[in-house]
Design a protein around this ligand. Structure first.
Ligand SMILES: Cc1cc2nc3c(=O)[nH]c(=O)nc-3n(C[C@H](O)[C@H](O)[C@H](O)COP(=O)(O)O)c2cc1C
Length: 200
């Protein structure tokens, strides 16, 4: 039995492919680990603010020295970090928006990246502290980026792999619904993505 955190960051509501792909991944995980619990978090609905000077400042204040106002500022980040640590498996919906992730997903990343809590620095370099997690990424894109000419602009999967790895989430698998806008590919792109799902 696992606790699954399903993050969504689509701005296309019911028609979202990354949400449908994420849901299919969650279903497969539940089949593998019966009785697993699922927590869904729609990052677009949550409207996490950009990381700002006030919140950043509170990241570096020891928790027992925070004023009431500062506690308020850091509350959302603390909640998101706690939620992340509580999950065994994280499914991340990552629609491609202007060659990168949607800013709602970036805002989540900015709020869970906390020195001394989710990462640290040792004598031999950075140490990721969010360990023991499995991450599945449900990518969706109008174009094709895993191969062909688009590969030169394949920024999302490498970025998520590198950055979540930096935080300790090194076991990451990407499933792609790609070519969703490309004639000749779009008709089978989503089915192909669904068929590619393998839960380890
Ligand atoms: C504002 C916007 C920007 C987009 N930018 C790109 C892009 O840079 N490259 C691409 O291949 N597709 C792009 N698309 C297409 C989306 O990746 C595609 O619609 C995908 O299905 C989005 O995921 P979703 O269905 O979960 O919302 C863009 C779509 C929107 C709405």
């Amino acid at each position: 039995m696992k606790h699954i955190l399903h993050l969504k960051s689509s701005i296309q509501g019911a028609t979202s492919y990354s949400i449908k792909l994420g849901n299919a991944i969650v279903d497969e995980i539940q089949q593998k680990y019966s009785g697993s619990t699922v927590e869904e978090l729609d990052l677009v609905d949550l409207e996490i603010p950009h990381l700002n000077p006030e919140v950043l400042r509170t990241f570096f204040i020891p928790s027992d020295q925070l004023t009431e106002g500062e506690k308020e500022s850091i509350q959302l980040s603390d909640r998101l970090v706690k939620q992340l640590f509580a999950a065994d498996i994280i499914v991340i919906g990552a629609p491609l928006i202007n060659f990168t992730i949607h800013s709602a997903l970036k805002a989540w990343i900015d709020h869970i990246t906390r020195a001394g809590i989710t990462f640290g620095y040792g004598e031999n370099g950075p140490i990721g502290m969010v360990t023991g997690k499995k991450v599945y990424v449900a990518m969706s894109s109008g174009g094709v980026y895993s191969e062909g000419p688009g590969k030169a602009n394949d920024f999302v999967a490498p970025y998520l792999k590198a950055f979540l790895g930096f935080l300790g989430m090194t076991d990451l698998t990407v499933f792609r619904a790609e070519g969703l806008k490309v004639p000749g590919i779009k008709d089978y792109a989503f089915d192909k993505a669904i068929k590619s799902i393998e839960i380890h």
